[in-house]
Write a protein that binds this ligand. Structure first.
Ligand code: PLP
Length: 398
């Protein structure tokens, strides 16, 4: 047959998703998956939260009309209250435009499309390193992307001076992608003083902040984790993408939100219209079942309280396995520095291990980390932590 697509290149695959496939194909029983960014419980399962199960029972299965382009109204309200807080001045002034999106990815994608149309040609800066798709989604929308320094490898912390200098040196009006909490992949965040200092610089330069908040509730609490975004939004316009994949454990339902904080209610109304148009031209309207689940939990006081406790439990478990791994490593060797494990937060730790050390852990011991040295601590549990500690020490001292 005639070939129409003979020139099509093979897709190299997403390195993290490919690693997950290799993990599944690995025949060893004692293998440990610390690569993909999915929260699993003590037994290694993706949890079904009790609050979400209760919401599912309530909604049952009824007719399935299209949702509006901007999503379920209760869902959008829930996003705003959760991200900005009930009493945020921007919310009270009705100057936030919020839509339901297809996960956090969809939120960042629509943000990129919106900015490409309304503020074209700006420089886009993302942290070095970052979630890879920040580059991809903004490039797809037509932007060139560059980076600002973020990771201080020597101290395994944030290179805040480098970050601020680069953001100060960027052309006025640049688009700056910021992860406000539980930075992927490093696990290190700005403290409150650094957030305030960065906010001053951002506003002085007229930069456009795009916050990507994929782990609200996994740092300190649902409320505390949103503080950076909330304070910023009191002072300036910004875009906020949020994901419910992790904190609702609803990965495959594709639940997220995009909010744009505007100058006044009239601007917000027009911006909302443009967001709807961007959605209409892309996928028309968001999916319903996940939207109903989240809207039901967030809109009901008891379910929301239950959900908050469940988020707290996930976070507490991750904090405790971080400690456990640090203790196990320390009991095997005094020479390996493990302070970073408990200083970093959220699902990820940048371990500082090299690609060769990561390969060695996988090949010899069946312990899977990402090649960059990123470890998903949510995959640790009491059963596998000893093995991970031993493997970590072996490759660190080899
Ligand atoms: N942004 C960041 C920083 C992430 O780490 C992730 C998920 O890994 C996402 C966005 C995507 O979220 P979702 O799975 O909801 O599309």
């Amino acid at each position: 047959t005639q070939s129409l697509f003979g020139q099509v290149e093979a897709f190299a695959g997403d390195p993290i998703l490919s690693l997950n496939d290799s993990f599944k194909a690995d025949p060893r029983d004692q293998k440990v998956n610390l690569s993909i960014g999915v929260y699993t419980d003590e037994k290694g399962r993706i949890p079904v939260l009790g609050s979400v199960r209760a919401a599912y029972e309530r909604i049952g299965f009824a007719e399935r009309p299209y949702l509006p382009m901007d999503g379920h109204p209760g869902y959008r309200e829930g996003v705003q209250k959760l991200v900005f807080g009930d009493r945020h001045p921007a919310r009270e002034a009705k100057r936030i435009a919020t839509i339901q999106t297809i996960g956090g990815t969809g939120a960042v994608g629509i943000a990129a499309d919106f900015l490409a149309k309304h503020t074209p040609g700006r420089a886009v800066l993302v942290s070095d390193p970052t979630w890879e798709n920040h580059h991809g989604l903004f490039q797809r929308a037509g932007f060139k992307t560059a980076t600002y320094p973020y990771w201080d490898a020597k101290n395994r912390s944030v290179n805040f001076d480098g970050m601020v200098k680069a953001i100060e040196a960027a052309e006025s009006g640049s688009i700056i992608i910021l992860q406000p909490v539980c930075h992927n992949p490093t696990g290190v965040d700005l403290d409150e003083k650094q957030q305030a200092a960065l906010t001053d610089v951002m506003i002085a330069k007229g930069h456009i902040a795009v916050f990507d908040m994929a782990y609200q509730g996994f740092g300190e609490s649902l409320e505390a984790d949103a503080a950076f975004v909330r304070r910023y939004a009191e002072r300036a316009s910004c875009l906020v993408a949020n994901s419910f994949s992790k904190n609702f454990s609803l990965y495959g339902e594709r639940v997220g939100g995009l909010s744009i904080v505007c100058r006044d209610a009239d601007e917000a109304e027009r911006v909302l219209g443009q967001l709807k148009l961007a959605v209409r031209r892309s996928y028309s309207s968001p999916p319903m079942t996940g939207g109903l689940l989240v809207a039901t939990v967030l809109g009901n006081e008891d379910l929301r309280a239950q959900w908050t406790r469940e988020v707290d439990e996930m976070r507490t478990r991750m904090d405790s396995v971080r400690k456990l791994l640090a203790e196990r490593i320390r009991s095997l060797s005094n020479e390996v520095d493990v302070g970073f494990l408990t200083n970093q937060r959220g699902m990820f730790s940048y371990t500082g291990l090299t690609a060769q050390q990561v390969d060695a852990m996988r090949e010899r011991d069946g312990v899977y980390l990402v090649g960059s040295g990123r470890m998903c601590v949510a995959g640790l549990n009491e059963e596998n932590v000893a093995k991970v500690a031993q493997s970590f020490v072996d490759v660190s001292q080899a």
